[in-house]
Ligand binder design. Structure first.
Ligand code: XIL
Length: 329
């Protein structure tokens, strides 16, 4: 049975990131997406760069198509993402300053969240706002929103999203939270502090999204620290979603069986920890099939062999990673 059914028996959601381009042009792929997934998330179509070609125009064609696809197939849809320092349109650098940033952000959230109100399971309201390297004591990223609006922009964004769609679950989403390095330890601490602060101020935040872009070649994460982190998040009354899971095989040996075994091992080890935490409600992989993965351009292999980070191979066949995810549920 497909992953969606295996997850459903545990009260969990399985899903994947998709793009308008792949889904609308590749019917066999679209069929597999509809079969395996209970929930989808647009990989890029809801980012500023896609939605805001000019300062005063919105372009919703691709995101509308995806939201309709999900509805027509009876799938849930996530929203990703309203506030991020990446995927901004070119005009952002010259047109935005501390005088107009607040109004621009409010208008963006009201328009985008309002358009899909009632149709989105959960929004990644703010993405990757923590960046301890910037040297602030609160660990927050300086540019661009904090620089324009101060640290309260995060709370502002959540309140605006809640007003535009009171039904949607609202999440803070971040990455590099699993490994046992000093950097990731600092990130876990800063994320927890941020979540605590938001909760203590009555901010409408309901979940933490953990991206979980893993590395097959990395030392396995520290299961105990990941577990404790998830417990701490849950004790704030927040749900947890694994939002962007994949396992890069960039630096693994060329042999496909070896690679697939290591990748599958990372999925299984991680999910065995994550799915033990009752606050975890969903797991989404960042793509479904190796046919479409951002890692092909982001983390290509030196030997130029196609990368294999996802549950299905490029021919849409189930891999060991699929088995690992199925077993973990
Ligand atoms: C990535 C997309 O997959 C790429 O296609 C795009 O070029 C860049 O963004 N963390 C996130 C996602 O929150 O939005 C990113 O998606 C991957 C890392």
């Amino acid at each position: 049975s497909p992953l969606r059914d295996r997850f459903a028996t545990k009260g969990l959601l399985y899903g994947a990131a998709v793009s308008h381009r792949s889904l609308s042009s590749d019917l066999p792929f679209a069929n597999r997406v509809a079969a395996e997934c209970a929930i989808l998330v647009p990989e890029s179509e809801l980012k500023w760069k896609a939605l805001r070609p000019t300062p005063d125009r919105f372009s919703f064609a691709a995101s509308d198509w995806l939201v309709n696809f999900a509805r027509s197939q009876g799938l849930l849809m996530r929203g990703h993402t309203l506030v991020w320092h990446e995927a901004l349109p070119k005009w952002f650098a010259t047109k935005v300053d501390s005088r107009n940033a607040e109004q621009l952000l409010q208008q963006h959230i009201a328009t985008v969240v309002g358009r899909y109100a009632g149709k989105i399971h959960s929004w990644d309201v703010v993405n990757e706002a923590v960046h301890p390297d910037d040297g602030r004591t609160d660990g927050l990223r300086q540019w661009p929103w904090l620089q324009f609006l101060g640290p309260d922009y995060i709370e502002t964004a959540f309140r605006a999203a809640h007003e535009a769609d009171p039904q949607a679950m609202l999440a803070y989403n971040d990455h590099h939270l699993e490994y046992d390095t000093k950097d990731q330890e600092a990130r876990r601490t800063a994320v927890l502090k941020l979540l605590e602060r938001l909760k203590s101020r009555g901010t409408p935040i309901h979940a933490l999204g953990i991206q979980a872009h893993l590395r097959g070649d990395a030392d396995r994460f520290n299961a105990k620290k990941l577990k404790t982190f998830m417990r701490d998040v849950a004790s704030l009354g927040l749900k947890i979603m694994i939002t962007e899971m994949d396992v890069t095989d960039q630096k693994l040996p060329k042999n496909i069986d070896t690679r697939d075994r290591i990748v599958a091992g990372s999925y299984e080890d991680y999910l065995n920890v994550a799915l033990e935490e009752p606050a975890v409600i969903a797991v989404l992989t960042w793509g479904l099939s190796d046919r479409y993965t951002w890692l092909e351009s982001q983390k290509p292999r030196k030997d130029r062999a196609p990368v294999r980070p996802l549950p299905l191979d490029a021919k849409l066949k189930r891999k060991l990673a699929w088995n690992a995810i199925a077993r973990a549920a």
